[in-house]
Design a protein around this ligand. Sequence first.
Ligand SMILES: [Zn+2]
Length: 315
Amino acid sequence: MVMLLRCILLAAALFLAPAAQAQVKAVASFSILGDIVKNVGGDRVAVMTLVGPDGDAHVFQPTPGDAKALAGAQIVFLNGLGFEGWMERLTQSAGYKGPVVVASQGVQAQKMAADDDHKGHAHGHSHAKKDRKDAHDHGALDPHAWQDPRNVARYVDNIAAGLAKADPAGEAQYRANADAYKKQLAELDSWAKGELAQVPKQKRKVITSHDAFGYFASAYGVAFLAPVGISTDAEPSAKQVAGLIRQIRKEKTTALFVENITNPKLIEQIGKETGVKPGGRLYSDALSKPGAGGDTYLAMLRHNVAVLKAAMIGS
Ligand SMILES: [Zn+2]
């Protein structure tokens, strides 16, 4: 009888063991990536995000608390493509020596938009920088690859592979989560294509404050003009803003947007001078705060497509 009871207790302990197992401690560099890691990791992974909702990863300044979080991590996820310039110093100061997964690995990276206006802006920015040698705008890669959900499918594979390496017992789970999420990405992509195809080609022109939508532009055939370059760490010159205003008038572009990470003042000023009303807010480099309509990657892309479509059709 005692033997049997022992056996039952032992079996119960074994059965309960997986539930009590500690979660993998993961750190993701910014909110959008954090959400994608959560979708792949499910309940096996606890995700901490460094640059939070509505935060700007281009100009992020890590705190000692961030270094502490990193020091306790078992795996770290980055976007890559030069997005997190502050990360190397942070990993060093945190003494983090664990695996670092570059989520964009294998993505077909784009350079800055090829039209002359964008190039002009980029040149202006890099020369305006304090350190001219740090001319990362010249032919630099556009880091905002997540704006095309087909790229995010690649992120998902990289994340699943990284998690499986760090936590081999969870491999099947990560694979299943990744496949389910990739299915949602593919559905979102074909929905977005259908929505934006309803906008006449000559109306597919948008102005945003910083140049974060190059991948979106390629995926969905929408042209974006931006007074601020690919990074947000430089102010556009008065000349660049004047040039953009001229272009808006000439091309009669009427879809004008602010982003959740940038100061809306510049776009509001352009709106005033051109008589164009800002069409809303786009999520470029960060999720919204919880409940604000862009609090997951899927929600933010759906939001962006909907407001873009409405503004362009009404233009
Ligand atoms: Zn950006």
